[in-house]
Design a protein around this ligand. Structure first.
Ligand SMILES: [Zn+2]
Length: 211
C-alpha cells in the first residue's frame, strides 16, 4: 500500500470511531465553529497544534508557516488573524515556536542556497537577530544561540500582533484577546510560556493606532 492510501484508510477508521462514540459528532461540528483559540505555529510536522495540547476539533483555529512568523505584509496570516479576531471572536492568540527549529537555524546561516523564496521569508528572522544582536552574539554555542533566537522570535511575533489595528481595536472594544508566546520542546513534548500581552498592555507609541 502506498503511504497516502494509508492516510485515507486511517481517516475512515477515525471517522467511524468518532461516530460510534458520539453518533451526532460530525453533525454537531458541521453546524459551525466557535474556537476559543487562534494558534500561529511553525509548519514543522512534529509540532501539530491540536495533538500537543490534546484538543478536539473545533477548539483551535490555526495558521502555520515556516518559523511561526507574523509579517505585516503577509495577507495570508493577517486574513486568518482578522477572521479569528473579528468574526470568530477568539479569546486567545497563541504564537508557538519550538526549539531546534530548522527555519530559525537556517536564518543563522550565510549560505546562499537554491531556496531563494525561503531565504527572503527568513530575512524576517534575521531582523529579529539584529534587534537582539548584543544578547545573541554573546552566546557561543550554535544550538543555544539558535534556541534563544527561537524564543526572541516568538516574542517579536507576539509584539507584531499587538502592532496590528485588528488586535488594538479588539483590545479597546472587547478587552480580548490575550496574546501569548509559547515555545515547545521537541525532546520532552512540553510547552513553556514566554510572554502574555493583556488587552491593557502598553505598546510602543510608534505602533499605536487611533480608535
Ligand atoms: Zn520550526
Amino acid at each position: 500500500m502506498r503511504s497516502h492510501q494509508k492516510l485515507l484508510l486511517e481517516n475512515k477508521a477515525w471517522a467511524e470511531e468518532k461516530k460510534q462514540r458520539e453518533p451526532d459528532y460530525f453533525e454537531r461540528l458541521a453546524g459551525g465553529q466557535q474556537p476559543e483559540f487562534l494558534w500561529i505555529g511553525c509548519a514543522d510536522s512534529r509540532v501539530p497544534a491540536d495533538i500537543i495540547v490534546n484538543a478536539e476539533p473545533g477548539l483551535i483555529f490555526a495558521h502555520r508557516n515556516i518559523a511561526n512568523q507574523v509579517i505585516a505584509t503577509d495577507f495570508n496570516c493577517l486574513s486568518v488573524v482578522q477572521y479569528a479576531v473579528q468574526v470568530l471572536k477568539v479569546k486567545h492568540i497563541i504564537v508557538c515556536g519550538h526549539y531546534n527549529c530548522g527555519g530559525v537555524k537556517a536564518a543563522l546561516s550565510h549560505q546562499r542556497s537554491e531556496f531563494t523564496l525561503l531565504n527572503k521569508w527568513l530575512l524576517h528572522v534575521k531582523d529579529v537577530y539584529r534587534l537582539h544582536r548584543a544578547e545573541l552574539d554573546a552566546i557561543d554555542s550554535f544550538d543555544e544561540k539558535a534556541n534563544r533566537l527561537v524564543e526572541l522570535n516568538v516574542i517579536e511575533q507576539v509584539n507584531s500582533l499587538a502592532y496590528t489595528s485588528i488586535v488594538q481595536n479588539a483590545w479597546r472594544e472587547e478587552e480580548r484577546p490575550l496574546v501569548h508566546g509559547w515555545v515547545y520542546a521537541l525532546d520532552d513534548g512540553l510547552l513553556k510560556q514566554l510572554v502574555t500581552l493583556e488587552p491593557d498592555s502598553e505598546i510602543d507609541r510608534i505602533y499605536q493606532w487611533d480608535a
